[in-house]
Design a protein around this ligand. Structure first.
Ligand code: ATP
Length: 221
């Protein structure tokens, strides 16, 4: 598969924005790191393609930074809600295609959604949910939300699968979830066939509504 290098700008280099910036940079993407605090900018010079000190509520400064060349902008300003909202409005005015904003609380989230931000994240709440999912389920390994209703989840197959095939277990018919892949040790079987046999310890990657996936999880297969 061809490597698809993307351009990201991260505004606010606290713990959340900082870790996004480092991770994307490490993955090889272009990352413009922005903070009004000079110390942060110096710290992140090594973990970004370019680090700039500016106040993101200042529209002309933001324009001069070249931010309009970036398709994805992450606003990771938490505590200063006013700055977060003003920055987001400026980005919306500049018609940045994808703006992701960290919300500090429910009201902040509501305002962001009202001004048309589709991707609002509340990392503490999302991490809490994920952790509860891990603690509450013996089987769920990881999960990615595709929307409010749908997710892709990795689950560990239990001895109940007892060398049965996907067809025998009728997973899609009974639970409404689709098995996208089966991992056994290092071997990955993508788009498994109905006759493929499952074993305890296999890692199943399933796609479905969160409700159906939880039902599948509770069935303890
Ligand atoms: P954390 O991710 O550490 O939990 P937080 O939610 O507490 O962060 P803040 O510390 O308020 O968020 O902000 C994160 C960063 O955003 C800080 O480094 C701060 O300097 C920067 N920041 C805040 N307002 C602006 C602004 N108007 N322009 C640029 N950077 C800003």
């Amino acid at each position: 598969m061809r490597w698809n290098k993307k351009q990201f700008a991260v505004i606010g280099l606290g713990r959340f924005g900082g870790s996004i910036c480092k991770e994307l940079h490490q993955m090889g993407h272009d990352v413009l790191a922005i903070d009004r605090d000079e110390k942060k900018v110096l710290e992140f010079a090594a973990f970004s393609s370019h680090a700039l000190q500016l106040d993101s509520t200042n529209e002309s400064a933001l324009k001069r930074s070249g931010i309009t060349n970036f398709e994805n902008v992450i606003v990771a300003i938490g505590e200063d809600i006013q700055s977060s909202i003003l920055t987001t409005l400026v980005l919306k005015d500049l018609q940045i295609p994808k703006v992701y904003v960290k919300a500090q609380n429910h009201y902040h989230q509501k305002v962001l959604m009202k001004i048309g931000v589709e991707q609002v994240v509340q990392p503490e709440i999302e991490m809490g949910k994920k952790m509860a999912e891990h603690l509450g389920s013996q089987k769920i390994i990881d999960s990615i939300d595709l929307s409010a209703d749908y997710s892709i989840t990795e689950l560990m197959a239990t001895p109940k699968v007892n060398r049965k095939s996907l067809n025998d277990l009728k997973i899609r018919l009974k639970f409404g979830v689709t098995v996208l892949a089966i991992k056994r040790g290092e071997k990955l079987n993508v788009s498994p066939l109905p006759d493929d046999i499952l074993q305890a310890g296999d890692v199943l990657t399933v796609l479905g509504t969160k409700k159906d996936i939880h039902q599948f999880d509770r069935a303890g297969l």
